[in-house]
Design a protein around this ligand. Structure first.
Ligand code: CAA
Length: 392
């Protein structure tokens, strides 16, 4: 049975911070961010936008009523959860009006979670080929003002509909996973921002890539010449570029090297304007590749490298389906350019604002009229969500 990704949606916040402005405010050479990290802009989420509103927006942008009637599983992967108990997918299931006889849960392993969710969706489809699974990767990456990670923050959500006979990509069931117990990046329950061993985290990322890629080649019998593109987890694009250079050995033909490099450049376009969206960032890279690469064609095989700090990594591959472009957008860059640009002072105020609850555990929020879905307030410790914009 052929199983894979039938639709991919994306949502981000309506505010953007230009990294040249951040560089000036932090007295950093702007080239360090544009060339050293390969980043240009970051999406900034206000307090009324969270993993639920972004996840619901990303999913709503791709789902038809027929999809909502057929989805029987909703998985949200996140490392910026809003509740220790109730899963984000339950809120999103309700906001989207998905039929009630569905399984909804949240999944966690840093930036890796959505990859496990996709494979679980594949296994579920093998049992129930007439159903559909909604996988959402939703995160707000916040490191804090003046931290080394500050230029690599971001906010966004990717939604993927997994079905039999998909219209974009098919899974090849060749996954190779790796787990190693390291402390490169973690966020204890009492902290709103992560603790990061920055340089160590980059070394772990690259070493997981090297060792997983060696094992993947051994088990699959494939090598880089069999791939049209490699997609990487993108905490910031420069690290992924180092990863690509690391696995392109000297025996690779110049034409293949050129093809992989060109496709890599297309895969980082959206992340350069959105920043790190943790669980979704590998799949934002995939979307960027599919929507911006003119040379990709049906049948092409794409490798994906997923990395979640802590650490779990996985390499797997997918193949492009005939007419895959019909399911993709052509105006996403124009949409990103419509975000409202923030001064550094406004970014500091908006991104780090915290909800002030009264003695009953309630608060009213405002200023969300441009959002698709919004956190409109908290009533006795219950977060209140609404659809704001009517569907076009
Ligand atoms: N012009 C051009 N380049 C410059 C420059 C200039 N004027 N000044 C510095 N650079 C270059 C540096 O040479 C360096 O490049 P190389 O990596 O090729 O050496 C690059 O800019 C970064 O500079 P620094 O090494 O000084 O590092 P930094 O202080 O900017 O911190 C970081 C980098 C540690 C990654 C930091 O951004 C961070 O802590 N980020 C969060 C953690 C993270 O993203 N880790 C990635 C792996 S973990 C993961 O993948 C999970 C996840 O999503 C978090």
């Amino acid at each position: 049975m052929i199983i894979g990704i039938d639709k991919i949606g994306f949502a981000t916040s309506n505010y953007v911070l230009k990294l040249k402005d951040l560089a000036q405010a932090r007295q950093t050479d702007p080239d360090k961010l544009s060339k050293g990290l390969l980043l240009k802009e970051l999406s900034i989420a206000p307090v009324t936008e969270d993993i639920i509103t972004l996840g619901a927006s990303a999913a709503e942008s791709i789902l038809s009523q027929e999809d909502k009637d057929q989805i029987d599983m909703v998985i949200v992967a996140t490392e910026s959860a809003i509740d220790q108990s109730k899963a984000a997918s339950v809120f999103i299931h309700g906001l989207l009006g998905i039929q009630p006889f569905a399984r909804s849960f949240e999944i966690k392993e840093a930036c890796y979670g959505a990859t496990a969710a996709l494979d679980y969706a594949r296994l579920h489809l093998e049992k129930r080929p007439d159903s559909k699974v909604l996988v959402i990767a939703s995160d707000i990456a916040k490191y804090g003002i003046g931290t080394p990670g500050e230029p690599t923050q971001g906010a966004g959500s990717i939604a993927m509909l997994v079905t039999a006979n998909p219209r974009i990509l098919t899974f090849n069931d060749d996954n190779v996973a790796q787990t190693r117990d390291v402390m490169d990046f973690w966020r204890p329950n009492y902290s709103s921002t992560p603790f990061v061993n920055g340089l160590y985290s980059t070394q772990q990322y690259l070493d997981c890539l090297k060792t997983s890629w060696t094992e993947y080649q051994k088990r699959s019998g494939l090598s880089l010449k069999d791939f049209a593109a490699v997609n990487f987890h993108l905490p910031y694009p420069k690290l992924a570029l180092k990863g690509l250079k690391q696995i392109m050995d000297k025996s690779l033909e110049p034409a293949k090297r050129e093809e992989l490099t060109q496709n890599f450049n297309q895969s980082i376009i959206y992340s350069q304007k959105v920043g790190n969206i943790y669980t979704g960032s590998l799949y934002l890279g995939l979307l960027s590749l599919l929507e911006n690469s003119p040379q990709l064609k049906a049948g092409d095989r794409i490798a994906l490298f997923s990395y979640g700090s802590g650490a779990v990594s996985e390499i797997f591959s997918m193949n492009l389906v005939e007419n895959f472009r019909q399911e993709l957008k052509t105006n996403r860059l124009e949409e990103l350019d419509q975000r409202e640009s923030l001064s550094v002072a406004d970014y500091e105020r908006i991104f780090f604002e915290e909800i002030q609850l009264d003695e009953t555990g309630s608060a009213s929020l405002a200023g969300y009229d441009q959002q698709n879905f919004a956190l409109t307030g908290v009533n006795q410790h219950q977060r209140q969500y609404s659809k704001v914009k009517k569907e076009a």
